[in-house]
Design a binder for this molecule. Structure first.
Ligand SMILES: C[S@@+](CC[C@H](N)C(=O)[O-])C[C@H]1O[C@@H](n2cnc3c(N)ncnc32)[C@H](O)[C@@H]1O
Length: 275
């Protein structure tokens, strides 16, 4: 089966509308293979039948979900983009804790958006427990979200192979419990994280996310076009508390997407904060 240019255009428009993901002409082969898989599963003979099913017979979104599980890029590992995590650990978290200590507020909320199989969310849990020992007496939650159900299942399982944990510093390895197939995240650390399915392009779901002190959305927006990026980042702005920080990936420049955040230069780090 080969998608014609017209079929590819229809498919990429549908995917863009529902998921915000952009696939240019170079991705025709990639989408072809994924559509073929879905057609075999659904016992459909032609791409037109599949497009009809996706466009007109998918009121509950199950087919778009099944396709999303096949077309998202899920690459991740613990302690990815280490420098930025340093800024979180050394600057942002201590600043937030000090500010909250002056009040009765003992709650910290982190949103890890586009968490894939969970390594990033557990990395944040490890950091919080390590740099803020009193965290056990606070109400702390990392809400980790992704659109891909298969990844969320792996994330909840919390068992990882060597590739995922390769960059965990030696002194933090106590949060990993060896198992027959790899390493399990220590349950005390894992319990800081709650996983939830969420589509970053679903306005209703996004508007329900409020009261966060930090938003991490790294290596996700690169797959979105400018309009979706702006839309998603505006929603992050609304989801953050005042003085909350946003962290995007190295290749995702927030300054290019919005001017809503205040740029703060501290200890060699460029940080973006809601003022
Ligand atoms: C490359 S991974 C990034 C993982 C992690 N944040 C990191 O930096 O290591 C991108 C993730 O974004 C998710 N994603 C893509 N489009 C999404 C959408 N519309 N809503 C929610 N998650 C999405 C994918 O399922 C994938 O797991």
């Amino acid at each position: 089966m080969e998608l014609t240019t017209e079929q590819f255009s229809k498919l990429s428009k549908l995917v863009y509308k529902k998921l915000g993901l952009q696939f240019d002409d170079k991705k025709i082969y990639f989408l072809n293979k994924r559509v073929e898989k879905r057609m075999t599963h659904l016992e459909l003979k032609t791409a037109d039948e599949y497009l009809f099913q996706l466009g007109y017979c998918d009121a509950n979104g199950d087919e778009m979900q099944a396709l999303a599980n096949l077309i998202t890029t899920n690459e991740t590992y613990m302690f990815r983009e280490y420098e930025q995590l340093g800024a979180f650990a050394d600057v942002c978290l201590p600043e937030l804790v000090a500010a909250k200590q002056k009040t009765a507020d003992r709650r910290i909320r982190v949103w890890c958006a586009g968490c894939s199989s969970g390594e990033e969310a557990y990395t944040l849990a490890v950091i919080i427990r390590e740099v803020f020992p009193d965290s056990k007496n606070w109400d702390i939650q990392i809400v980790a979200t992704d659109i891909d159900e298969n990844m969320l299942q792996l994330a909840r399982n919390a068992v990882y192979g060597d590739r995922s944990v390769k960059f965990v510093p030696a002194e933090y390895r106590k949060h990993l419990i060896p198992t027959a197939t790899g390493s399990r995240i220590d349950p005390e650390t894992a319990k800081l994280v709650r996983f939830q399915k969420l589509n970053l392009n679903d306005q209703t779901q996004m508007k329900a996310m409020r009261g966060f002190d930090f938003v991490f959305c790294r290596n996700v927006l690169i797959y979105f076009d400018d309009v979706s990026q702006r839309n998603v980042v505006n929603n992050f702005y609304d989801a953050l508390n005042r003085n909350g920080y946003i962290f995007l990936g190295h290749s995702e420049s927030i300054g290019r997407i919005t001017s809503a955040f205040h740029l703060k230069k501290t200890e060699g780090h460029l940080l973006y904060r809601k003022e």
